[in-house]
Ligand binder design. Structure first.
Ligand code: GLN
Length: 198
C-alpha cells in the first residue's frame, strides 16, 4: 500500500487524508522533517500559499521537501499547493518561497470577484470519458508552461487548470472535496509507477 504524505501545516489537508483512505492508500500528516522519511508520494494541499510557504520555512520543511522532490518522489499540489510547486508566480518578488518543481508560471487568485469561487465540469482525458466536477476556491491559473509540461485540463476559455510534468502534478482546483476519487487514483498510479531508491 503506497504511503502518501500530506503537508499538514495549514489548509485542507484533512480532506486529502480522507480521500486517500477512500482510495486505499496509507496517509501521513507531515509536520516535521522526519515525517518525510519513507513516503512514496507527497501532496501539498490548498489553503493560503503565503502562510503555508512561511510555515514550511519555520518548520524546517522547505529544504527537505525540495530534496525529496529532487529525488523523484511524486508530488501533487492542489490550489495553494500548485502555487507552491511553481517556478514562478505573479508575486514572486514579495518573498514567497517556491519549491520550483513545476516549470510553470501561475497567477494567484486569477478569477475575478464574479468567479472567485465556482464549480465546473472539466474534460480530463486521463481520467476517462466522464467529466470531472471541479471546485475552484480562489484558485490560481497557470499562465505559462515549459516544454516538458503536459496540460491535463483547461477551462472553456483555454485557461490551464491542471498540469503534469513527469512525476509532478498540479491542479488549480480541489479534487479532495469533489467526492470523485479519480484524481487521487491517478496520482496513486503515478506513485506506483515509480521506484525511488528501491
Ligand atoms: N488563494 C489562495 C492562495 O493564493 C489559494 C486558495 C486555495 O488553496 N483554495 O494561496
Amino acid at each position: 500500500r503506497p504511503r502518501i504524505g500530506v503537508l499538514a501545516l495549514q489548509g485542507d489537508f484533512e480532506a486529502h487524508i480522507k480521500m486517500l483512505e477512500q482510495v486505499g492508500a496509507e496517509s501521513r500528516a507531515i509536520r516535521l522533517p522526519k515525517h518525510l522519511d519513507d513516503v512514496d508520494g507527497i501532496i501539498i494541499p490548498g489553503g493560503e500559499s503565503t502562510t503555508i510557504g512561511k510555515l514550511m520555512v519555520i518548520y524546517d520543511l522547505f529544504e527537505p521537501l525540495k530534496a525529496k522532490i529532487a529525488q523523484g518522489v511524486p508530488v501533487w499540489g492542489t490550489c495553494a499547493g500548485l502555487i507552491l510547486l511553481a517556478k514562478e508566480t505573479d508575486n514572486a518578488l514579495q518573498g514567497q518561497p517556491l519549491l520550483s518543481a513545476l516549470n510553470i508560471r501561475v497567477r494567484r487568485n486569477a478569477f475575478g470577484s464574479q468567479r472567485e469561487s465556482f464549480e465546473t465540469d472539466l474534460a480530463v482525458s486521463e481520467l476517462g470519458e466522464a467529466p470531472f466536477h471541479a471546485f475552484f476556491i480562489r484558485g490560481p491559473a497557470v499562465e505559462k508552461v515549459g516544454p516538458d509540461v503536459e496540460v491535463l485540463a483547461t477551462l472553456d476559455d483555454g485557461t490551464i487548470v491542471a498540469v503534469r510534468e513527469g512525476n509532478k502534478l498540479g491542479t488549480a482546483f480541489h479534487p479532495e472535496v469533489s467526492g470523485d476519487p479519480r484524481f487521487h487514483k491517478y496520482f496513486l498510479r503515478i506513485v506506483e509507477g515509480v521506484q525511488v531508491g528501491a
